[in-house]
Write a protein that binds this ligand. Structure first.
Ligand code: DGL
Length: 287
């Protein structure tokens, strides 16, 4: 058959690996225990403005950070099923606690790629550390799970990791006290053992902590690199869409928000955390 110029053009638009260039307009699902995961939504939205995003904040079960692995896994599976029902193409588990405790279970049988925040954060820390001494601040459940510690060990032989649960940070962020003297005093107390351990890199292993970056940097000084897992996760979502040919091919995506309780508080906190108003949040109650 004689090849026409138009078939030649079509062929050359294929990616190098020989996979056909696909477009997938379905939304990305993002899930957190509450509003904190909006830091991940914001990072993904900035990097991939053409992607549509469906967010679920499980505010009825918040906080996950002091609950058992069984409870966190049960809640996470319910939320993942709900989002799957909204026809998502990828699930991003923005919640560090859910990523630490429920990721293997979520990856089993959902039928779409599932990405957590632990691996991206650990990978960035492994690249950043110069003395192989990495601090991890997170909820009690995330630190106790050892998930960041294991991920780091797998990536960087000989790394020493130092975990510290910082439960007071979540309410301080939700109060809007990001640069408050009280927050700095609490940070000094929490970070002191990590400073004593000589960490040169610190993973902000909780959805809320990126908002404390300036305060934490002030306490730690310039010698410690702060790793924002929200940013790193957004980078990995972009890479995944490229690799799998799942990009929307659009210029602007849409956003929808769901929560399992307390719409007024969700909207108030979302405005405080994101600095922009979300018009509506739909409530979805699990039985
Ligand atoms: N989203 C949780 C996390 O990143 C923090 C809030 C909670 O404890 O549920 O671990």
């Amino acid at each position: 058959m004689k090849r026409t110029p138009s078939t030649r053009r079509r062929r050359s638009s294929r990616p190098a690996q020989g996979k056909p260039a696909r477009r997938d307009p379905r939304p990305i699902g993002i899930f957190d225990s509450g509003v904190g995961g909006l830091t991940v939504l914001r990072a993904i939205g900035r990097r991939l403005p053409g992607e549509s995003l469906v967010y679920f904040g499980d505010t009825a079960h918040l906080p996950y950070g002091n609950k058992s692995p069984e409870a966190v896994t049960r809640f996470s599976v319910e939320v993942a099923r709900f989002l799957k029902g909204r026809d998502i193409k990828v699930l991003v588990v923005a919640c560090n606690t859910a990523s630490a405790l429920a990721l293997p279970r979520l990856k089993r049988g959902l039928g779409v790629p599932v990405l957590g925040v632990i691996e991206p954060g650990a990978r960035a820390a492994a690249r950043a550390t110069t003395r192989r001494r990495v601090g991890i601040i997170a909820t009690e459940a995330t630190v106790a799970s050892g998930a960041y510690q294991r991920a780091l060990k797998g990536l960087l032989p000989g790394v020493r990791s130092f975990g510290k649960a910082c439960p007071l940070f979540v309410p301080l962020v939700e109060e809007g006290w990001w640069a408050h003297p009280v927050t700095r005093a609490v940070a000094r107390e929490y970070l002191e053992p990590l400073q004593r351990a000589g960490v040169d890199t610190l993973i902000l292993g909780c959805t809320h902590y990126p908002l404390l970056k300036a305060s934490l940097a002030r306490v730690l000084g310039p010698g410690v690199r702060l790793i924002d897992s929200a940013e790193e996760t957004a980078r990995e979502v972009e890479a995944l869409l490229e690799r799998e040919g799942l990009g929307s091919g659009r210029r602007r995506g849409w956003r929808r928000f769901f929560a399992s309780d307390g719409p007024d508080r969700f909207l108030r906190l979302a405005k405080r955390l994101l600095g922009v108003s979300i018009k509506t949040v739909a409530i979805w109650r699990f039985d």
